[in-house]
Design a protein. Structure first.
Length: 147
């Protein structure tokens, strides 16, 4: 049996705020919400470098912030460390989204930054839980390849 979900326009727009872009990198688009478990995100990091593996920001249509979402690490990596930090970052709303004008400036958000162990190369996994300011709750499983 196929399950269907109905979200209010406000909830969809807030979920759309989960798309973030780091400076000098391509936009990271989150997969659609599913009922079959956590979203799977694949990341590659050069050995010895730190990357952002997850991040969320919430914005109103006028680009003001309704508050900071919550991001929790629910499974630590086995071969590295993760820090959860609040900082300003760029969003990457699609042109048809009323918040696309917000993409031009940085806004407050919360991010998970991963650093592999010294001399480690291979696969690592991190699981995060994100709770949005309007109460949406979802998990992401981040599969990290360290090269």
């Amino acid at each position: 049996m196929m399950k269907h979900f109905t979200f209010s326009s406000a909830a969809l727009l807030l979920l759309a705020s989960c798309v973030v872009q780091q400076q000098a990198s391509a936009p990271a688009v989150r997969p659609a919400v599913t009922s079959s478990g956590p979203r799977i995100i694949n990341k590659t990091v050069p050995a010895g470098k730190t990357i952002t593996i997850s991040g969320v920001t919430a914005l109103n249509p006028d680009c003001s912030s309704p508050g900071i979402n919550t991001l929790k690490i629910i499974k630590q990596p086995e071969h590295g460390t993760v820090k959860v930090v609040q900082r300003d970052g760029y969003t990457s709303y699609p042109p048809q989204n009323p918040r696309s004008a917000c993409n031009k400036t940085k806004h407050p958000g919360i991010y998970a930054d991963y650093t592999p162990e010294h001399d480690f190369s291979g696969m690592d996994t991190v699981a995060v839980e994100i709770i949005t300011v309007d109460g949406q709750d979802f998990e992401e499983k981040v599969m990290i390849t360290v090269k």
